[in-house]
Ligand binder design. Sequence first.
Ligand code: FAQ
Length: 323
Amino acid sequence: MPIKYGVPSDPDYNERLREFEARIARGEKIEPGDWMPEEYRRQLIRMISQHAHSEVVGMLPEGAWITRAPTLKRKMILVAKVQDEAGHGQYLYHAAETLGISREAMLEALLSGKAKYSSIFNYPTLTWADIGTIGWLVDGAAIKNQTMLAQCSYGPYSRAMVRICAEETFHHKQGKEMVLLYAKGTPKQRQMAQDAINRWWWPALMMMGPHDKDSPNTEILVRWGIKTKTNDQVRQEFINEHAPEILEAGLSIPDPELRYDEQTGNWRHGPINWDEFWQVVSGNGPMNKERLEARRRAHAEGAWVREALEAYAAKKQKAALAV
Ligand code: FAQ
């Protein structure tokens, strides 16, 4: 079925838009062949492709530690986790392809530096405790955001999220278990865990995006059921869960203004350094250049695999036609 993307010059646009929004209000999923406003399609391609790139670039900070894992068990867990992230990238690129963009166009945008991916992956992993902390805080933040996206109005994205969230839950658990163990360990282990929390806390809060008042995309995304919560709501949920757990473990949080607000039941945080966030998003974070370079190298080194797969597919097709 041809995909029809609604453009405002269509004489029936307003009527179609009303029906489209009514479907979303009834909780129906929008599927690839369905009518959709061009802006809905553009927003989804933007978000899903950024999300896919984040999963793929997100393999790098952890992948670097596979050969340095302290035990075989930890190594097996990390290998499985990094492999899951590659799989998440695959689901997400597929989900974006259903909207009419090609895999090549998305990869070209990533490799040329045009596409965004999550700011969090532009920070370095300096010690083994960073691996636990990424699982606990980064996957923890990702789950809060993705549980919300699992309810989203676009069928392929929402279904991909359900599966991804299930896997991220394991990632989160193993990270939390690891950091809690080090928090109860030797003074050196405790210090390593604390240092990792100190470095990852603020970047994890930034992951959910700018405050709602500075988030140009949120309004339309919420209106069309792509986001079902705003950036600040998701961030608050993350802090409410993680702040008490970190403090209970005897670790501290690098925010002197952090406090529990009895009246609202929320943990209040101090100001986030948005200058740092925008520097990272615009390519000037501590690891942006290394991350892109690693992706470009991997893409070039993988050329023979893509060529072999294409040759194999062509051979299979020829054989099928000959039958
Ligand atoms: N990093 O108007 P908003 C993971 C950009 S997956 C970079 O608020 P929006 C798994 C934003 O794109 C983590 N850029 O944007 C894992 C926009 O620019 P644009 C990734 C950011 O879309 C774990 C501009 O700022 N998750 O971690 C960021 O409404 C462990 C204005 O912002 C997803 O991608 C940022 N943090 O809300 C893997 C989930 N925040 O495009 C390995 C899907 C904002 O207009 C290890 N995405 N920007 O030029 C989303 O939910 C949303 O896109 C938000 C941002 C919430 C990230």
